[in-house]
Design a protein around this ligand. Structure first.
Ligand code: ISL
Length: 581
């Protein structure tokens, strides 16, 4: 069993600062804006705020490209504003988690500026530099065939020293060389800077990518028509990653009462994840795995291409991670949205005007009844949805979406033999982006029905979704039947019923195409959860229903049928209905 610890019970609310609340009218969200919403967060039931990066950054990847780890980007405010925010959170009994992005820096970081200045610079080896290769025809080629996450090669040629540097993400995000102990010491220092200032934990960006395979060999060719190939097995969960994280634990984390969560993309095995999070290993408290959020795409090949999914695939994944979290003894992080993901109501439920409210509540029921630490992403609590298909490519601000679109457009232009750009049919790509782009998690927060949803008085860096006049926080705070009111209650219930956080999990509906039902048990308490994932009513036949006789309905998303007593083998579930007994 898992000992009860504060960060396991905690509700963590992720803020994407750029899009949360703008206090000075420059169109970017900022720390002052967040500070004004602290009572809002407290009333929702938030215990910990996780801030996506607010450090100095040229924003090539919206702040995940950091040019100074120890200062706040002026767009967001100052260190003094950060101190005030921290005091405001602590004063309300909440905590603050920072985003630690140390697989790479910005190319505008001093370390990289030095590193690229000459081959003999003391910081040369802080990044990963390699000489070019030459093909038979004498053309300069990158050192290997690895494909970058944002398209193209992971290698960028630097004329000055006639070498390439490695960047798994954007060209403006050179990877740090973790093999160099000075780099690790510099990372420990910057972590200590924030711990000493009072931060309560870290979300660690792509922390499982920091150790690359020796010799950086070519990846196997899996898509022959592509110039660059998927190399994730050569840099995800690499040879020294656990050694490095253990070193971090010993040098920095141990002795502090922090919450730590590692982001671990390209990891599909519970055993692999266990190594990071088993308490005896002394590494991290929990990690974000990607199996569920990648179900509707083909992550290894084309993460931005939509793939239809079926409920049995979804429930199998949830079941596996819920079960192993008990069996293997590690702690889960429960999330379904973040700043890299489309909105959950659009992807896993139904965002039409008719069903949005009830189905967003159904997803909230799923979230709060799964074991692990609960993460809620800004806007999820009001059922924000993806922006519409009618928006053109220029509304997509993410470099990932832009590069993906441009790469396909360029290819099609070449194949068209001289057609004009606007005559190329890109509708399939826009269909995919409407479902899969990271931009949908980054639309400004919808606070009220005033211009730009009350996000800013200026002009927002990204367009606000058209539905803000009806879907916004102010309207939902006034409505006891709103998604927001439901989330507030759901989070309270989760705290009252520890079985939902710590309980064993048993899946009751493998193979079921419509219903996800499961049972949780903890210290003699049992919970039965039934969720209809479709717009059709259904009668669900519950196996061994006698077990539940006398159970009380504590929670439902249709009406206030409180204290209904469970008494039948056949349960009528309406469209997107959820019940927790
Ligand atoms: O978003 C993805 C696919 O569309 C993921 O593969 C994502 O790139 C991966 O999860 C890593 O994400 C994190 O690091 C990136 C940054 O762009 C993301 O915003 C961040 O969450 C590089 O720092």
């Amino acid at each position: 069993t898992h000992p009860e610890i504060w960060w396991k019970d905690a509700v963590v609310y992720q803020i994407y600062p750029l899009s949360f609340s703008d206090s000075n009218g420059d169109g970017f969200g900022d720390l002052g804006g967040i500070a004004k919403k602290l009572d809002y967060l407290k009333n929702l039931g938030v215990d910990v705020v996780w801030l996506s990066p607010i450090y100095k950054s040229p924003l090539a990847d919206m702040g995940y490209d950091i040019s100074d780890y120890c200062s706040i980007d002026p767009r967001y405010g100052t260190l003094q504003d950060w101190d005030n925010l921290l005091a405001g959170l602590h004063g309300r009994g909440m905590k603050l988690m920072m985003d630690l992005v140390v697989n790479h820096t910005s190319d505008e970081h001093d370390w990289f500026i030095e590193s690229r200045s000459s081959k003999t610079n003391p910081k040369r080896d802080w990044y990963i530099w390699r000489p070019p290769k030459y093909d038979a025809a004498g053309n300069r080629r990158p050192p290997n065939n690895w494909k970058a996450q944002f398209q193209g090669s992971v290698w960028e040629y630097d004329e000055k020293t006639d070498e390439y540097y490695l960047h798994l993400f954007h060209t403006k995000q050179p990877d740090l060389n973790w093999e160099n102990p000075q780099v690790r010491d510099a990372v420990w220092d910057l972590m200590r800077f924030w711990i000493d200032r009072g931060c309560d934990g870290f979300r660690m960006d792509v922390i499982n990518l920091i150790s690359k395979v020796d010799g950086l060999p070519d990846a196997p060719v899996t898509i022959p028509e592509d110039e660059y190939q998927n190399a994730t097995p050569l840099f995800a969960n690499g040879p020294r990653v656990h050694e490095f994280i253990k070193e971090m634990f010993t040098n920095v984390l141990s002795g502090h009462d922090l919450i730590t969560v590692g982001e671990a993309p390209f990891t599909y095995s519970t055993t692999e994840v266990a190594r990071y999070v088993l308490p005896a290993n002394k590494e991290l408290d929990m990690v974000f795995h990607f199996e569920l959020v990648n179900l509707d795409s083909m992550p290894q090949r084309k993460p931005l291409v939509y793939r239809p999914w079926k409920l049995p695939e979804f429930t199998e994944i949830v079941n596996r991670w819920q079960t192993c979290f008990r069996q293997e003894g590690f702690w889960n992080a429960i999330y379904i949205e973040n700043h890299d993901q489309g909105r959950s109501v659009t992807r896993w439920a139904n965002d039409s005007d008719v069903w949005r409210t009830v189905s967003a509540k159904m997803l909230a029921m799923l979230e709060v009844t799964l074991g692990g630490t609960q993460y809620v992403f800004q806007g999820q609590e009001i059922g924000m949805r993806n922006f519409p298909r009618s928006w053109g490519i220029s509304e997509y601000k993410d470099v990932n979406s832009q590069n993906f679109y441009r790469e396909i457009l360029t290819k099609r232009l070449l194949e068209s033999g001289g057609k004009a750009e606007d005559s190329i049919d890109m509708s399939d790509v826009l269909d995919d982006l409407q479902k899969k782009a990271r931009d949908h998690g980054r639309i400004p927060m919808q606070w009220d029905s005033s211009a730009h949803g009350g996000f800013t008085t200026g002009s927002p860096w990204m367009r606000v979704n058209d539905d803000y006049p009806t879907c916004n926080v102010a309207a939902q705070l006034d409505d006891p039947q709103s998604v927001h009111a439901f989330w507030t209650k759901a989070l309270q219930l989760r705290k009252e019923h520890k079985v939902l956080i710590y309980g064993d999990f048993r899946h009751l509906t493998p193979e079921h195409e419509q219903v996800f039902a499961y049972k949780r048990s903890y210290k003699g308490r049992l919970a039965l959860i039934m969720l209809n994932f479709t717009a059709s009513d259904i009668t669900y036949h519950l196996p061994s229903h006698e077990e539940y006789s006398g159970f009380e309905l504590v929670f439902g998303n249709y009406s206030e049928e409180q204290r209904e007593i469970f008494n039948a083998a056949e349960i009528a579930l309406r469209a997107y209905e959820g019940r927790v007994y």
